[in-house]
Write a protein that binds this ligand. Structure first.
Ligand code: SF4
Length: 377
């Protein structure tokens, strides 16, 4: 039985040190602390998030969050419109949202100020807010993603007991596209638990279902992070529900480094091949603002996507990754930096990557820097 505790929080928005290269978000907002969905693998239980011990039983409701965000944006001159992600640590559409509407209030504030949004959930309640999500997308950019780690509703009932079944999540994705085909949609297959979610044909079914739901992308990260409270909760639940798979998971995935490396590589290959086979992107398209960040973000997107591809192929990827991060964090147009011969001096930029991106940089940024708001089409 879940218990709600209404609480005022002083700060509601978190600015990331680096823009996230999976979801392209610069800010995160959690309308709730705690999550009724109670996924057995949930990373929110990790100590670094400072959540309470009864994470799935007590949900703190952040009343006044929309007003606090509105005030923060109005006062925070340094807060340029950029992607706000919701649902990363505690699902923004868990059942509490039907009662309290904190997430909807936040979306309305984002729309008012022209901030784009990346929404990740496991609940079809999100379809209630398609009017405001569509409006955000029209003004700036909105992406709706569902985490789906298996298409087996029965298995998901044990792994993610409080969430909408995967069949309903996929149906919700169809409804998003039917309502507004311009909203980018996708599936996040994170995590994929070895011996539970990788049976023959399971990966292919997941990719095919994503495609059938009309999604634009599928992001994947097979395997499970294993950290402090999150790891002990997962192992306890797995042992109780799946003793045989728990034994295999511990003996092979956790204790055998060679097995884990091979499994991860092979599962990545399988996911990549299945996505390519169906013409499904494995990266989400990012928000590109129309101001001075326009070329910085577009170039960073290319570099970070290349870094990802190199990583999947087992190549050297860090040079592209850190150059991409550096370019997207520049406070001035990369064209200006280049024009005064400063490209190679950007922290994190190697000579090889600088040579690669030179042809992508326009001679001048021109008047772009003065145009606020709307993203690329
Ligand atoms: S929906 Fe997300 S935040 Fe909620 S328990 Fe599951 S993994 Fe954690």
């Amino acid at each position: 039985m879940v218990r709600y505790e209404v609480k005022e929080f002083k700060s509601i928005v978190n600015k990331l040190k680096f823009i996230d290269s999976w979801f392209w978000c610069a800010y995160t907002v959690n309308p709730y602390n705690g999550c009724y969905h109670d996924c057995i693998y949930c990373d929110g239980r990790t100590r670094k998030y400072n959540m309470h011990a009864d994470f799935e039983e007590t949900v703190y409701v952040k009343v006044g969050a929309a007003e606090a965000l509105d005030k923060k944006i109005r006062q925070g001159r340094a807060m340029l419109p950029d992607v706000v992600s919701m649902g990363g640590v505690c699902d923004a559409y868990q059942p509490a949202e039907a009662e309290y509407g904190i997430t909807r209030g936040i979306l309305e504030v984002l729309h008012k100020h022209g901030f784009p949004a990346f929404l990740l959930t496991k609940s079809d309640l999100i379809t209630r807010d398609l009017d405001v999500i569509s409006a955000i997308n029209q003004r700036s950019w909105a992406t709706v993603a569902f985490t789906v780690t298996t298409v087996d509703d029965g298995l998901a009932r044990v792994l993610e007991p409080g969430a909408s079944p995967p069949s309903r999540r996929l149906e919700a994705l169809r409804r998003v596209k039917a309502r507004d085909p311009r909203i980018q949609t996708g599936v996040c297959a994170m995590p994929i638990i070895p011996f539970l979610e990788d049976a023959d044909g399971a990966i292919e079914s997941l990719v095919a279902s994503t495609k059938e739901a009309g999604c634009d992308f599928l992001l994947f990260a097979p395997g499970v992070s294993m950290r402090d409270e999150q790891a002990s909760y997962l192992l306890r639940k797995m042992e109780a529900a799946f003793p045989k798979e728990h034994g295999l998971f511990v003996d092979k995935y956790l204790k055998d480094d060679a097995f884990r490396a091979t499994w991860t590589r092979e599962t990545n290959d399988k996911l990549l091949a299945a996505c390519k086979g169906l013409g499904l992107a494995v990266r989400a398209r990012r928000f590109i603002p129309a101001d001075h960040r326009k070329h910085n973000y577009a170039i960073a997107e290319r570099l970070l996507n290349e870094a990802y591809e190199l990583q999947l192929a087992g190549g050297r990827w860090k040079g592209h990754f850190w150059a991409g991060q550096a370019v997207q964090m520049l406070r001035e147009p990369v064209a200006d930096v280049h024009a005064r011969g400063g490209l190679r001096g950007i922290k994190g930029m190697t000579a090889a990557v600088a040579a690669e991106i030179e042809p992508w940089i326009p001679a001048r940024q021109g008047l772009d820097r003065f145009i606020p708001g709307k993203a690329r089409e």
